[in-house]
Design a protein around this ligand. Structure first.
Ligand SMILES: Nc1nc2c(ncn2[C@@H]2O[C@H](COP(=O)(O)OP(=O)(O)OP(=O)(O)O)[C@@H](O)[C@H]2O)c(=O)[nH]1
Length: 85
């Protein structure tokens, strides 16, 4: 997925990767589904609180972010998958 004029995938720029650190709570998710059902859009919405309508076919990317859940910092890793079901 790219925005016009951007040479890098949009998600890789503004969203900081989780830095390696002491072991803590970790959540690993994989988003599965048929092609074009909105898997990437769902992940973008979760990570950026925005809906981005300009997409390129997804090849499967892993996104990581620190989020606060019930007062605890949790490393969330989300695997986007290319639709093939
Ligand atoms: N209107 C609208 N369009 C959406 C929504 N979610 C996704 N789309 C559009 O549907 C198309 C496919 O969305 P993607 O998020 O790329 O779907 P995907 O499942 O990741 O697709 P693949 O990676 O090809 O499997 C894109 O053009 C999106 O803009 C939504 O909630 N509303």
């Amino acid at each position: 997925m790219r925005l016009p004029g951007m040479s890098q995938p949009f998600l890789l720029s503004p969203i900081a990767e989780c830095s390696p650190g002491p072991p803590g709570a970790e959540l690993r998710l994989a988003v599965l589904g048929a092609r074009g059902v909105g898997k990437s859009a769902l992940i973008v919405r979760f990570l950026t609180k925005r809906f981005i309508g300009d997409y390129e076919p997804n090849t499967g990317s892993l996104y990581s972010r620190l989020v606060r859940l019930d007062g605890e910092q949790v490393a969330v890793h989300i695997q986007d998958t290319p639709g093939c079901l």
